[in-house]
Design a protein around this ligand. Sequence first.
Ligand SMILES: [Fe+2]
Ligand SMILES: [Fe+2]
Length: 135
Amino acid sequence: MTLLTWDHACTVGVRAMDDQHGILMDATNELRLALVRGCGREKLCELLDRLIEYTRIHFCSEEQLMEKAGYAGLAEHRAKHRKMLADLMQTAHRLQYGGGGELRALLCELHNSYLQHIETSDQPYGPCLNARGIC
Ligand SMILES: [Fe+2]
Ligand SMILES: [Fe+2]
């Protein structure tokens, strides 16, 4: 199982958002490591709940900055955040009540959705925010 690693390809160019993405990746890695170490469902659920909370806080900060900068893609971006949070809640439910064999696949999905969101949805707002002095 590979861990999410931080590199320049993931940078959006806005310091606070890059820091928060780093925290989200750390939280995701912690969850994956817990799975590899054989931690029980209760521990995994607790870590996933924490990741969901961080994600909620991050999405809120990101939307506030996009709003402040008058970013044209805000509505679409907000809808993607809502969908991602709904998916996370569903993952939490499956983690709590699903079969054990499903966990690994669920965490791989999480890994991919975070990376994909940063690369395809977050990186495009960087230049707009930078142009408004948000760096
Ligand atoms: Fe985002
Ligand atoms: Fe983000």
